[in-house]
Design a protein around this ligand. Structure first.
Ligand SMILES: [Zn+2]
Length: 284
């Protein structure tokens, strides 16, 4: 038998909600947050509903559930972007998300990198010593951060020395993987690398939890659309290689971010100089 009192309260809540929505735009003033922060929490940002800067967007979550149930299904609960009680949180990842792979590395070296890329039919160069190179082990692989080197204008992978050995101010390795202009992958390190710096969520995109890929590119012009400044063979290989890594480590496409998206403060990085929205669309 239907609970009349409950139905009445639902109708009332709907009316109140619609009234608030028509006045404020976004469903809650608290849901007007930076779009990248929204995405990192599993939400979907919507433009045109919040006052303030263009990056401040209305964040909604499609999977609001009990935080404990979220964790039990290997997801990560995020507070603040779901309506309701405090335990109801936005669940990101977990067993219902796409791309869940068989390997969940924990506090280990990623010694499978070369085989994963070769298995996808890619051309792979194993850089001597890669299996033991790194600033310690990887805590996990929850994210993938996509970079460009901003290196020399010619050559297949002239930045290899820098990515492997670092600079006078930052010790190498600077990324686990390099990608040459020919589409060849260079496997440089199996451990933790200094590529990310501070991020919107270091538990996903920080150096301990995200694979870094430094693709050779002059980095100019600093565009944020299309991929016209990238050789097609390199770009297609970038997509293919990231897809293979996602499949192997169970990383959803929403957790494949450009450095320009992951880095904080916003605007600290411009790489890569292609559209990440297009890139993620190609990842599927
Ligand atoms: Zn970068």
């Amino acid at each position: 038998m239907p609970n009349i009192a409950l139905l009445t309260s639902i109708v009332c809540l709907t009316i109140i909600h619609l009234r608030i929505a028509s006045v404020a735009g976004c469903w809650s003033a608290n849901a007007c947050i930076d779009r990248n922060v929204c995405i990192s929490k599993g939400g979907t940002p919507q433009t045109g509903l919040c006052p303030g800067a263009a990056n401040i967007q209305c964040c909604t979550c499609t999977t609001c559930k009990d935080a404990a149930a979220c964790s039990a299904s290997s997801g990560t609960p995020h507070a603040g972007i779901c309506a309701g009680a405090a335990n109801i949180q936005c669940c990101k990842g977990g067993s219902t998300s796409p791309g869940t792979g068989p390997s969940k590395p924990t506090n280990t070296m990623l010694t499978g990198l070369a085989d994963i890329l070769r298995g996808a039919g890619l051309n792979v160069v194993e850089v001597a010593g890669w299996k033991t190179r790194g600033h310690g082990v990887m805590a996990s692989v929850k994210g993938i951060v996509v970079h460009h080197t901003a290196g020399p204008k010619t050559g297949d992978y002239p930045s290899l020395g820098v990515v492997r050995d670092g600079t006078s101010s930052l010790a190498g390795p600077l990324a686990q993987l390099g990608l040459g202009r020919s589409g060849t992958w260079f496997v440089i390190a199996a451990g933790r690398c200094y590529h990310a710096g501070s991020t919107i969520d270091d538990s996903i995109y920080g150096n301990s939890n995200a694979i870094g890929i430094e693709a050779e590119g002059a980095g100019l012009p600093a565009t944020d659309s299309g991929h016209a400044h990238w050789p097609e063979v390199q770009y297609q290989s970038y997509v293919k290689g990231v897809k293979a890594l996602q499949k192997a480590y169970g990383v959803a496409s929403t957790r494949v971010l450009g450095h320009k998206e992951a880095a904080v403060p916003k605007g600290r990085k411009i790489d890569p100089n292609f559209s990440m929205a297009e890139f993620r669309t190609k990842l599927g």
